[in-house]
Ligand binder design. Structure first.
Ligand SMILES: Nc1ncnc2c1ncn2[C@@H]1O[C@H](COP(=O)(O)OP(=O)(O)O)[C@@H](O)[C@H]1O
Ligand SMILES: [Mg+2]
Length: 380
């Protein structure tokens, strides 16, 4: 049983650079946690503090209820895999993997068993006698992971382990990490700037920006209920469309006006409840994901009109870019069942009718950026 708790963790580098503000998270036994966010948001700093490679400026770090702020890295029972997997060039794969155990004076036959087991899990048994320079990027990365596996750490820390690989290999290794996780069944804390890795690997993901945690939730929750504009824009490709508008109150029913020549966007029951008591006229941002906008065949009270600027044929779907009330908007439309005329690439300047289903709309307070479903709270 292993539990990692970060309580009000803070990092201030010299010259008063605050890299991490008040980070709070309880990581459960065998959980796969992903820290994700743009470059410079404090992911590596947080991970390095957990590893003990970086001093903690404020707050407490607990591993199994033991305060470890001042415990040396080697006594924390964690293993780290870095982005640049720094293998020892003069050693074989076998020696690279055995090295940490040798230092710990583990018996030769035990080392041999562990190295061979890890090699088997990672599919690198044939490579054990090679030197790193005779390996591909993906193979090297496997060796780096193998080096961590043999130590049987309670917690695995990984800092962008796939970012040096090309796109195809990265996809392959991502799938392998999912399998690996099942086999070694331990706690993972994984850092990436790639939202796809975060969504596919994480049990929960922590989205960070400028050293501040924006949201901690399961991938599905983050996708369905982004806490604020930043999270909404960060998760999902192409990114969510945002349109500025104004809250309209008609009796007890709220909708959003996006402009005077277009219908007000209807809002679902859940949002009506959350908005209850608010005044109309408030500036809001309406968000809708490209995959949630629907083409409409004929005009109706709930259809909006845009003008196509560019269309991108992806095979299974088309990304249609349009100008909508002066905004750039994008919709993802499955190719199957689409009118013939859309299937041949760009139809520039064509007018287009579409719907934004109420239950797929997100509304954010324009000032705070926080989703109206999350109430007025501004302290997350
Ligand atoms: N050793 C350091 N000294 C001073 N500032 C640093 C140091 N390491 C990182 N930083 C700063 O801390 C912030 C967070 O960096 P980092 O944790 O590396 O971000 P990420 O891993 O999310 O890209 C950045 O502004 C970075 O410039
Ligand atoms: Mg980093």
């Amino acid at each position: 049983m292993i539990k990692v708790s970060l309580k009000n963790i803070k990092k201030v580098y010299d010259k008063n650079v605050v890299a991490v503000h008040d980070f709070n998270l309880d990581i459960h036994d065998k959980e796969f946690i992903v820290l994700v966010g743009p470059s410079g948001c404090g992911k590596s700093t947080t991970l390095r503090m957990i590893a003990g490679l970086e001093e903690i400026s404020g707050g407490e770090l607990y591993i199994n209820d033991k305060l470890v702020n001042d415990v040396a890295p080697k006594d924390r029972d964690i293993a780290m895999v870095f982005q640049n997997y720094a293998l020892y060039p003069h050693m074989t794969v076998y020696e690279n993997m055995a090295f940490a155990l040798k230092l710990r004076k583990v018996k030769k036959d035990v080392i041999d068993k562990k190295v061979k087991e890890a090699a088997e899990i990672l599919g690198i048994t044939d490579l054990l006698q090679r030197k790193p320079k005779a390996l591909s990027g993906g193979q090297r990365q496997r060796v780096a992971i193998g080096r961590a596996i043999v130590r049987e750490p309670q917690v695995f820390l990984m800092d962008e382990p796939l970012s040096n690989l090309d796109a195809k290999l990265r996809n392959q290794m991502r799938a392998e990490l999912i399998k690996l996780r099942k086999r070694i069944d331990t706690t993972f804390i994984y850092v990436t700037h790639d939202q796809t890795e975060a969504m596919t690997l994480g049990d929960r993901i922590v989205i960070m920006k400028d050293g501040l945690v924006q949201q901690i939730d399961t991938p599905v929750e983050v996708y369905n209920h982004p806490y604020n504009l930043f999270v909404a824009g960060f998760i999902g490709t192409p990114q969510m469309n945002f349109f500025e508008g104004e809250l309209v109150k008609n009796g007890d029913v709220y909708s959003v006006s996006l402009g005077k020549d277009c219908p007000a966007a209807a809002l679902p029951e859940s949002m009506q409840k959350a908005l209850k008591g608010r005044d109309g006229g408030k500036k809001v941002v309406l968000g809708i994901r490209p995959e949630h906008i629907q083409l409409a065949e004929s005009a109706g009270p709930d259809t909006f009109s845009g003008t196509i600027t560019v269309s991108e044929m992806m095979g299974n779907e088309i990304y249609i870019h349009m100008d909508f009330l002066g905004n750039d908007a994008i919709m993802r439309v499955p190719t199957i069942g689409l009118p013939e005329e859309y299937q041949h690439g760009v139809i520039k300047d064509k007018k287009l009718l579409f719907r934004m289903p109420a239950e797929l709309i997100h509304i954010f307070d324009a000032e705070s950026g926080v989703s109206v479903l999350c109430g007025e709270a501004e302290d997350k």
